[in-house]
Design a protein around this ligand. Sequence first.
Ligand code: ASP
Length: 369
Amino acid sequence: MQTGSIHKVKTDLNGSMLIMNRREFVQSSAAAVAAVKSVSLASAEERSSLPVVISSRNGIRATEKAMEILKQGGDTLDAVIEGVNIVELDPDDRSVGYGGIPNEEGTVQLDASVMHGPTRGAGAVSCLEGIKTPSKVAKLVMERTDHVLLTGAGALKFALSMGFKYENLLTDSSRETWLKWKKDLNSQDNWINPQDRIPTALISRAGQDIRDAVEMHGTINCNAVNEKGEISGVTTTSGLPFKIPGRVGDSPIIGAGLYVDNEVGACGSTGRGEANLKTCASFMAVEFMKQGLSPEEAAIRVMKRIIENTTEPYLLDSKGKIKFNLNFYALNKKGEYAGVCLYKGGSYAIHNGRENRIEESAYLLEKTD
Ligand code: ASP
C-alpha cells in the first residue's frame, strides 16, 4: 500500500479497506461528520442560551470558576483568566503553567494569549520561563503596552517589572518524565517527527499511536460569552513536550490558538499547534461564523482545511492516516457552542449557566484499525 500524501485508507461498512485519493477522502470525511455529528445531551435551547463558558476538557474547573464570575457581573476576560489560573497553578496538571512538561533542555517554557471582545484588545506571551500564570502576563501585555506579543527574555523582564515572582516551574514528576525521555534519546533521533522522540515507557502506557500524539499535547483554551453578548477568550499552554527551546506553537498566536470577534464569536484550539499555525484556524472559524455558519459547522469546515493541508509524509502513518489530533472550542454571540476534534474521542467542558459538564466533541475521522 502506498504511503504518503495522496492516498488515504478507510474501512467501508463491511470492514473492507477502501483506498481513496485525497479529494475522495476529504469528501468522505465530510460525509462521516454529517453522519456522526456531536453526541450531546443538550437540547437545542440549552445549546443557545446566555451566558456560556466553553473550555478544553482539562478546563472543567475553569468553566465552573468563570461562570461564577460572570454571574457576579464580572468581565468576560477576567472570568476566563481566573478560571484557567486554577489549572496553571496546579502542579499536577502537566499541560499548562506550573508542572508543565519541559522543553528538551528540561526548562518549562510557557505560551499564552488573551482576547477581550468588548475593547477589541489582544495580548500574548511566548517562551516565558519562571512565571506560573502566563495568561495574566498576556493580559498585562494587552492592557499596559501597545504591543500584542512579547517573547522569551523580554516577556520575562516585562512580567518581573509588573511584580510577578520568578519561580522554578519544574515539578519532581515533570522532571522525572523529562529524564526518562532524555535517557531514550539516540543517534537516530531527529526533530521532524515528535512521536519518534517520545520515550518507549510512555508509548507503551499510552497504547495506540494516535493516543500517544494526543496525550503528548496539552493546553487549555477557555472562551466565554455573557448575558450582554460580550465575548472573551484565553489559551494557555506549556506547549509541545520536549520541544526545541524557543519553539512556539499556536497557543500565543492571535488567529491560530485563539480568536475573538465581539460581534460574532470565539474559537480556540488544543492539539498539534503546527497544523493550526499553517491554517490560522481560529480566525478562519470565526470568519465562517461571521458568514452565517454555526460554531460546529464553522469548526468542521476549518478541520477539513487542516486535512487538505496535511501532506507531509511524516505526519501520515503507513496507511495514510493523519497521526496527530487537533481540537476546536467555539461559541457565538447567541450562546451556541461546539467542540470539534479531528479524531473521534475528544470532549470538552461546557457551562451553560445551569450545569457544568463534559460533552463529546463532533469529529471528522475515526481510527479504524
Ligand atoms: N497546541 C499546543 C502547542 O502546539 C499544544 C497542545 O495543545 O497540546 O503548543
